[in-house]
Design a protein. Structure first.
Length: 185
């Protein structure tokens, strides 16, 4: 925990925060569904995760934010953008979009970010958990639902190491979610 606490605290100087993003995965396998189009709405999340701040969980009931660090956008918007890219990168769908793009949608991938944090207790690691529902847009029926969880070890003690571990856990969740979605349609 001492390693993580070095990165916590308030921002006292005039130096700008380090800004981080997430990586879009590629190479996910699944059936070719070129006649299907999906919509990826912005994920829901509790207020602590619905921001640009990076969450550090110091106990089961207490969170803090990583000092001098932030996401390049609100976390749900950033996750949405990378999920869209991951689905597009498969090349297996007829279309992938977000609300307002005017696609004739077959399915929606409704997601909730349940955890996206560095666990600073009980063995430091990055933890990402997201739930997903595959919603038939034509009749409103939930075709399938699942919770995806992944963790990644910390490869160091600085902010970059924390973000790299979060990115690795997110990549695993994204790969699993995209593959599952392609098979469930």
């Amino acid at each position: 925990m001492g390693v993580c606490l070095l990165a916590l605290g308030g921002c006292l100087g005039g130096t700008p925060d380090d800004t981080f993003s997430l990586t879009a995965v590629s190479g996910v396998e699944g059936p070719r569904l070129t006649q299907r189009q999906i919509l990826v709405p912005e994920p829901t999340a509790v207020k602590a995760l619905d921001s640009e701040q990076v969450v550090i969980r110091v106990s089961q009931s207490e969170i803090q934010y990583l000092a001098k660090s932030r996401w390049s956008d609100r976390l749900p918007k950033l996750v949405q953008a990378r999920l869209v890219q991951a689905f597009e990168n498969t090349g297996r769908l007829g279309g992938v979009g977000i609300p307002g793009q005017g696609l004739a949608i077959d399915y929606q991938v409704i997601t909730e970010i349940r955890a996206f944090e560095i666990l600073a207790y009980g063995g430091s690691r990055a933890q990402v958990e997201m739930s997903a529902k595959l919603l038939n847009d034509r009749n409103g029926e939930v075709r399938a639902s699942r919770v995806f969880t992944a963790s990644a070890p910390l490869g160091g003690s600085g902010n970059e190491a924390f973000i790299k571990a979060l990115d690795a856990a997110f990549a695993r969740v994204t790969t699993d979610m995209v593959g599952w979605t392609l098979k469930a349609m």
